[in-house]
Design a protein around this ligand. Structure first.
Ligand SMILES: *Cc1c(COP(=O)(O)O)cnc(C)c1O
Length: 382
């Protein structure tokens, strides 16, 4: 039994592409902990499986599902988001010119700077809030890769995927999109011109804060993609079969989790938009957000659960509110069923130019009323 081409995302996800086990009829796929696979009497591989560093049925189920959801030509699962990021970067030739926004996943940028210091790549970092900065950063005939995130953490400024694709393609380079905060139930970057889609599967895809994972999806099964596959096999950044099985279980509920988180976030954003203790609510779902139009074009099914609040006052006021929250859990990460809060200036330190009065929320799937009440009581401490 295999998935029907006409099925929509919620159906494909809930049934994990109709992953009924042929041997037993089990409605949930088995876990394949085997590291190696026996050959048949002719010494041929039985079903293509050789050794789990090269591939395993539990990774394959997820890769097939993500390829379908993103409308791509192939996918590779990695042991973490950053393992997938490293493989993508490594697939470019030495000395490649890579362009990234100044606001991007911090650890990924730290890695790129290290590669730059070693002379492995040429890196240009542009300020996405400055008009013309992106256009200047991309050099025709030289730029190999523009790497963007769909929404920039923690201001949630929105990058226009179609515009970025056109710009970098004209220059002869590729566009990779980190779509971690906008999973394929709402946003499909390949449709807007991306060559490579990236997710930290640790976040919305798994959704339960209990698996680290990363995934790359290609728009084209070309030489570079084959290189990315070879890099994973050669460097071994693979997930354990149990983690892959857990990830697929998490993904079965992605569409309802994402819808619920989006609805909760929208309810919170609307409730607090003109709150007297707040300077602003930064959420792409609000009409007042500068990236709303691009977000509305790219996100077909909700704006997700990520938002930031700018508290009136500064560092101290934001910390007071963060500490007074009882339901929001103070922790790094995002995209889980439980709501998290983080005072980013405390986390990023003095060198960071993140506003000191900014509180980042990852809104989960609890009752919206409870979340609103918690934020209200915390703001009343001011
Ligand atoms: C978490 C995250 C990553 C890194 O993924 P890991 O799974 O933690 O390695 C990259 N990009 C974004 C946007 C993230 O949120």
């Amino acid at each position: 039994m295999s998935a029907n081409d006409d099925w929509s995302e919620p159906t494909l996800l809930a049934q994990a592409m109709h992953a009924i086990d042929e041997t037993t009829g089990a409605v949930v796929p088995p876990i394949y902990p085997a590291t190696t696979f026996a050959r048949n009497e002719n010494y041929d591989l039985r079903n293509g499986w050789l050794y789990s560093r090269a591939g395993n049925p539990n990774y394959c189920e997820i890769e097939t599902l993500l390829t379908t959801l993103e409308g791509g030509k192939g996918a590779q699962l990695f042991s973490s988001g950053l393992a997938a990021f490293a493989a993508a970067i490594q697939s470019f030739k030495p000395g490649a010119h890579i362009v990234v926004p100044s606001i991007m996943y911090f650890a990924a940028q730290v890695w790129l700077k290290r590669l730059t210091d070693r002379g492995d790549i040429h890196l240009t970092i542009f300020d996405p809030s400055k008009e013309g900065a992106l256009e200047t950063a991309i050099i025709p005939g030289k730029t190999d890769l523009l790497w963007i995130e769909t929404a920039l953490n923690p201001t949630w400024a929105v990058m226009d995927i179609a515009y970025c694709a056109e710009l970098v393609h004209k220059a002869g380079g590729l566009l990779a999109v980190d779509s971690t905060v906008t999973p394929p139930v709402t946003c499909k970057p390949i449709k807007h011109g991306a060559d490579l889609v990236y997710h930290s599967a640790t976040k919305y895809l798994n959704g339960h804060s209990d698996v680290l994972g990363g995934i790359l999806v290609c728009a084209d099964d070309n030489e570079q993609w084959q290189d990315i596959c070879a890099i994973r096999t050669a460097t071994g950044g693979v997930m354990g079969p149990f983690e892959a099985w857990l990830l697929l279980r998490g993904m079965r509920t992605l569409s309802i989790r994402f819808r619920e988180a989006s609805d909760n976030a929208m309810a919170i954003a609307r409730y607090f938009e003109s709150h007297p203790k707040l300077e602003a609510v930064l959420y792409p779902g609000l009409n007042s957000h500068p990236g709303h139009d691009s977000a509305a074009r790219q996100c077909e099914n909700g704006f997700g659960g990520m938002m930031s609040l700018l508290v009136k006052g500064g560092f101290d006021e934001a910390v007071t509110v963060t500490k007074a929250l009882k339901l929001f859990v103070p922790a790094t990460s995002l995209g889980g069923v439980e709501s998290l809060v983080e005072h980013r200036k405390t986390i990023e330190g003095d060198l960071s130019d993140v506003p000191a009065n900014l509180i980042r929320l990852s809104v989960g799937i609890e009752s919206a009323n409870d979340l609103i009440a918690d934020l209200e009581q915390a703001l009343n401490q001011l």
